[in-house]
Design a protein around this ligand. Structure first.
Ligand code: ADP
Length: 390
């Protein structure tokens, strides 16, 4: 049995999945190494959710991502049948030119390392396992799947900020992210409702990171994320759109350092900052505190505003799609957001919404509304296999 390994590496965790490839792709294993460098713990489940591993390790054994990758590789070799034919990696930044996944070699890896200043919190973690594998198993095919690639086909005009043009040339552009999720959802929509998928659609990826994308005929036209994963919607701990003047104020009047500012914007803001309590929508929904209500009201408000902006980019709207943690699992949040979309013709069907059906709008709704589970790992596995087959 040939298999493809999908790797999604973050700053202190390494998520991975194994797919069998024989014509179609079948998920076999899903695992996560958490607490890398602090309290490493490896949990692996099989296709049916059965526990295959659950073990803690001393810090010295799994001090960094390369060590985690090595350990996961050893587990797979010892405990898992199958011949690994390729590894697909989630890479947050593909820079201005990569419109599709790419086979990794030393040249590409060098290029991707150059984008680290554009995504300092994610890119080094994404690239560390690639570098480790390239050194240990240079013959193994590795594929980089970029979160930015899906947005690259759009009108480059949309990628500009209104600052002097030379900054654009050096890479200060609106890249857009969550592309693997949008691509997967666009593909699902084309299967579920081809007419709708071919029209004007907003997909709202509402997880701990959150953004929205305007799609025409399944292709990205606009999105709420820009140069970094900070723009657009408020997120679990990230601020979303903010007047740059606020940053100048914090730097100049409050004497904040760049590092403090980065920490504030990435880790202490969003739902967490507004509520003063939690970054998790479940906690906020369960809370009686006014801060929790404010955070959720603001989140819904901003989604409504951004929906208007993206509908304008599309010149109208045929469908709105919810996906990721909040979008897939919270009928209450979907309902609250849909109220903001009534002027666009949204009428939710409360029974379908509560039941978590794919189509959740009423038959008399001018706007079709869907809740579609995303699957970024499957998207990466597909790309990796496709590139190999080509
Ligand atoms: P990520 O992959 O970006 O870490 P997810 O897509 O898993 O995030 O989304 C995580 C978020 O989804 C959680 O922080 C939580 O707020 C939210 N979430 C998950 N399940 C529910 C639910 N049943 N109701 C409300 N929010 C939920």
């Amino acid at each position: 049995m040939d298999t493809v390994l999908v790797v999604n590496a973050g700053s202190s965790s390494l998520k991975f999945e194994v797919f069998a490839v024989s014509g179609s792709l079948t998920r076999l294993v899903k695992g996560k190494m958490e607490g890398i460098g602090t309290a490493p713990r490896l949990a692996i489940k099989g296709a049916g959710g059965e526990r295959l591993a659950d073990a803690s390790y001393p810090n010295e054994t799994v001090a960094d991502l390369p060590a985690a990758m090595r350990l996961v590789g050893e587990w797979l070799r010892e405990r898992h049948d199958g011949r690994l034919i390729a590894v697909g990696h989630r890479v947050v930044h593909g820079g201005p030119n990569h419109m599709r996944p790419a086979r990794i070699d030393e040249t590409l890896l060098h290029e991707l390392e150059r984008y680290t200043p554009l995504a300092p919190l994610h890119q080094p973690s994404n690239l560390a396992p690639i570098r480790a594998l390239l050194e240990r198993q240079p013959q193994l095919t590795q594929v980089a799947c970029f979160d930015t690639a899906f947005h690259r086909g759009r009108d480059p005009m949309a990628d500009h900020y209104a600052i002097p043009a030379h900054y654009f040339e050096e890479g200060v552009r609106r890249y857009g992210f969550h592309g693997l999720s949008y691509e997967y959802v666009a593909g699902r929509l084309a299967e579920i409702a081809p007419d709708v998928g071919g029209g004007r659609v907003i997909v709202a990826h509402l997880g701990s990171g959150a953004s929205m994308c305007a799609l025409r005929s399944g292709k990205s036209v606009e999105s709420t994320l820009g140069f970094t994963a900070l723009d657009g919607l408020p997120m679990g701990t990230r601020c979303g759109q903010i007047d740059p003047g606020v940053l100048l104020y914090l730097l100049q009047q409050r004497g904040m350092s760049a590092a403090e500012l980065q920490d504030l914007l990435y880790r202490e803001s969003g739902l967490k900052g507004l509520s003063g309590a939690s970054n998790d929508v479940r906690d906020l929904l369960a809370s009686e505190e006014p801060g929790a209500a404010l955070a959720l009201d603001h989140f819904v408000h901003r989604i409504g505003l951004n929906a208007g902006m993206l509908a304008a980019a599309l010149g109208g709207l045929d469908a709105f799609v919810f996906t990721a943690g909040v979008g897939e699992n919270s009928p209450v949040m979907r309902e609250r957001i849909c109220r903001k979309l009534e002027w666009l013709g949204a009428k939710l069907d409360s029974r379908r919404n509560a039941a978590g059906e794919l189509l959740i709008s009423g038959d008399d709704s001018r706007l079709a509304i869907y809740a579609v589970p995303t699957d970024e790992e499957l998207m990466i596995a597909r790309h990796t296999y496709a590139l190999l087959a080509a």
